[in-house]
Design a protein. Structure first.
Length: 70
């Protein structure tokens, strides 16, 4: 069965650096992973707060990585 791992990372537009990828969870479909990636991105932005994000020009990216499980 194919599963999908949600991976998030926070980056700065000031210097182009990012923290290492952070695995969040595993989902049964591409749709679930993408949907939760969007929700987790918004939650992370809220958690970091407007001031920190604006000062450091932070943004959050996510990707879904296919896992082949036997």
């Amino acid at each position: 069965m194919i599963k999908f791992m949600l991976i998030l990372k926070v980056c700065s537009a000031i210097d182009g650096t990012c923290i290492p990828d952070q695995a969040v969870d595993i989902y049964n479909s591409w749709f679930e992973c993408g949907k939760n990636g969007t929700v987790n991105t918004m939650a992370m932005l809220d958690l970091m707060g407007e001031d920190l994000i604006n000062q450091n020009k932070l943004y959050v990216v996510f990707k879904c990585k296919e896992l082949n499980q036997t």
